[in-house]
Design a protein around this ligand. Structure first.
Ligand SMILES: C[S@@+](CC[C@H](N)C(=O)[O-])C[C@H]1O[C@@H](n2cnc3c(N)ncnc32)[C@H](O)[C@@H]1O
Length: 283
């Protein structure tokens, strides 16, 4: 029988020969997931025996990672804003950079008791909306997405975090329709924003495994901002705040689009690398 220590060593070697960065950490997390242990236990019990079924299960998971499948899809989970989220191949994997949007909302609206009504356009796993509802305990929200499969995962995450009574999820294409905006105080959106011309520069673990409908947005990457803002521009008589996540080098272009749509108080918030990552404004 093989031991935990040996299976970990074998897994690290397999991932290293696939030229994966972070092979050691990934191997440890995958072995832990496959053996239903914590990653500390993997280190703490190297002599523990592993049966044939467990060994084959870990080898299959390690093989998937060696083919560049993202770790989060292999383990089916990803932490965002220190909260646990289920993820599948139907949802974008929550990114640490998206926490910039959460921080921007908190800076603009510091009263955590505010019973805000929040609309999340393109909710994916629900990570942005649910992180905000975690901070604003009296707030309620609506999450929308064009993907029915993503909405199922967002609903699961919502129930799992105990927020089922505070959120409605709606299947909706923002090219055709918006929920009636008078219901909302805050609109958040992390739309697809990668330009088609940059497709070849995106790493294969992203393009090959995450839903393309969550990633690409026409020739210049701005198509979805334009679609959403053309509908928001029709609501100039209402008052609400808008927070968009933006891609590398898009903050100024998106700011201009917001200005043209009639929004004001436009400000840009950088991520931890200093790149403008969120554009906020008021209608
Ligand atoms: C970049 S992902 C963001 C997901 C999640 N909010 C996050 O930050 O991780 C964009 C999301 O928008 C959705 N989407 C793309 N086009 C859409 C459309 N026309 N109408 C509604 N949702 C759309 C995708 O299915 C995807 O879930």
């Amino acid at each position: 029988m093989i031991t935990v220590g040996k299976i970990l060593k074998e897994s690290i070697e397999t991932l290293r020969s696939a030229n994966l960065k972070g092979a050691q950490l990934d191997a440890r997390l995958i072995v832990a997931h496959g053996l239903k242990m914590t990653s500390q236990q993997v280190f703490g019990y190297p002599e523990k025996q592993v049966n044939e079924r467990e060994l084959q299960c870990v080898r299959k998971l390690i093989f998937r990672r060696s083919q560049f499948e993202p770790l989060a899809l292999i383990t089916g989970k990803k932490e965002f804003w220190s909260l646990p989220f289920k993820v599948t191949s139907e949802t974008l994997i929550p990114r640490p950079d998206s926490e910039t949007l959460i921080e921007a909302v908190l800076i603009n609206h510091p009263d955590r008791k505010w019973p805000a009504r929040i609309l999340d356009l393109g909710t994916g796993s629900g990570c942005l909306l649910l992180a905000l509802l975690h901070e604003y305990q009296n707030a309620t929200g609506v999450g929308t997405d064009i993907s029915k499969d993503a909405l199922k995962i967002a609903k699961f995450n919502c129930e799992n975090l105990g927020m089922g009574s505070r959120v409605d999820f709606i299947h909706m294409d923002w090219n055709n329709v918006m929920p009636s905006m008078e219901q909302f105080d805050i609109v958040i959106c992390n739309p697809p924003y990668i330009a088609e011309k940059d497709r070849n520069r995106i790493s294969c673990d992203v393009v090959g495994f995450e839903p393309n409908i969550a990633l690409f947005a026409g020739e210049d990457g701005l198509r979805e901002y334009k679609a959403i803002l053309s509908l928001l521009a029709e609501t100039k008589n209402l008052t609400y705040s808008v927070f968009f996540e933006v891609g590398f080098n898009q903050a100024n272009d998106v700011s201009k689009l917001l200005k043209n749509a009639g929004l004001r108080n436009i400000s840009i918030y950088p991520d931890l690398s200093g790149i403008g990552r969120c554009v906020a404004a008021k209608m």
